[in-house]
Design a protein around this ligand. Structure first.
Ligand code: FDA
Length: 308
């Protein structure tokens, strides 16, 4: 079932059908903070109230025209302005395929440079999300170039399900880069990615240790109790101060755990996606949890019956 949803996330033709379904929209509203910058800022302010910081993400990926990349870039510039003028405690996450990675490397770098120049003026950090393995090498390559110019104004993501990640983490520790560690959310072949969750988790534990020991303000992005517990145990054993790292979770997921970690004094950042292109993001969230799939299936069934 999960892989079906990952496959569906790439099928644009079912997008309009799903988008028009009001239950899908309702489910999306659990994971997506509305379709506008204002709605994302409102959600961010609520999270900021209890000391949770945010990373705002304009939804959208795999953009295929130069005009669309320019529109996405301009919207990211507006998000940076909105964060600054509303004094939200937050930063921004972007996907390189939204900014031209599929079209032309130099266009992508140009768009990112415009974003980072503006982010530098406003002193706001920008994280480059990691997409499927089709893009891993190119994303890391562009990140390295941007990191050489902008330093730790820009950060990157590493996925523990990838077999290559242990060596990428060493390279990123060496360069002092800021890394967000997550498990990885795309369907990948066995030669590139661990297929067994046991292996994905043990890779996550090992990479967490490397990053909190020697990395630069790493972000441990997971809702998995065992991964969180392992991190807490390790930082306590090694006397690593809470200021040296942060936990990150997704908007609408494990709010109980977010609150608990925050009240225990840990830094917690919530990734707040927003925008009208929420369909692939929703499909990836559905793939992660069978109860979400059940909710979605029941909702579609009810609507079909109601339409008859
Ligand atoms: P796991 O999936 O095992 O979930 C643990 C528990 O969390 C579940 O038992 C459930 O209670 C809860 N949970 C998890 N997902 C849920 C959901 N969708 N709905 C309801 N409950 C849910 N991936 C990627 O490839 N590139 C990226 O750039 C990013 N960026 C990113 C940022 C942040 C802040 C986070 C938290 C995650 C990402 N991811 C990502 C996604 C990541 O790779 C992964 O798919 C999800 O975090 C799910 O993995 P967990 O480690 O949370 O564990």
């Amino acid at each position: 079932m999960p892989n079906l949803f990952l496959w569906l996330s790439e099928q644009r033709r079912v997008f309009d059908f799903v988008k028009s379904n009001r239950f899908a929209r309702k489910l999306a509203s659990r994971f997506v903070a509305g379709e506008t910058i204002n709605s994302a800022i409102a959600a961010a302010k609520v999270l900021n109230e209890d000391g949770t910081t945010v990373s705002l993400d304009l939804l959208g990926e795999s953009v295929s025209s130069r005009e669309e990349t320019a529109a996405a870039r301009d919207e990211v510039l507006q998000i940076l302005d909105a964060i600054s003028t509303t004094a939200v405690d937050g930063n921004v996450s972007v996907k390189l395929t939204q900014l031209g990675l599929d079209i032309d490397r130099s266009l992508c770098i140009e768009n990112m440079s415009r974003i980072l120049d503006h982010a530098k003026q406003l002193d706001i950090f920008v994280r480059i999300d990691m997409e499927s393995t089709e893009y891993t090498e190119r994303t890391l390559d562009i990140f390295k170039e941007l990191h050489d110019t902008y330093g730790n104004l820009v950060g990157i993501v590493i996925q523990s399900y990838l077999r290559r990640s242990a060596s990428d983490v060493e390279m990123l520790i060496e360069s002092g880069a800021r890394v967000r560690l997550c498990k990885g959310a795309y369907a990948e072949p066995p030669e590139l990615a661990f297929q067994d969750m046991k292996d994905v988790r043990s890779s996550f534990v090992a990479l967490t240790k490397r990053l909190v020991d020697d990395g630069t303000y790493p972000a441990i992005a997971t809702h998995d109790d065992e991964m969180v517990e392992n991190t807490l145990q390790h930082v306590k054993e090694q006397n690593i101060p809470v200021e040296r790292f942060e936990f990150q979770m997704l908007y609408g997921v494990r709010r109980d755990l977010q609150r608990k970690l925050r009240s225990d004094g840990y830094n917690v950042r919530v990734y707040v996606p927003f925008g009208s292109n929420w369909y692939p993001y929703l499909m990836r969230r559905l793939a992660e949890r069978s109860s979400n799939v059940g909710f979605m299936a029941r909702s579609f069934f009810k609507e079909m019956v109601a339409r008859k």
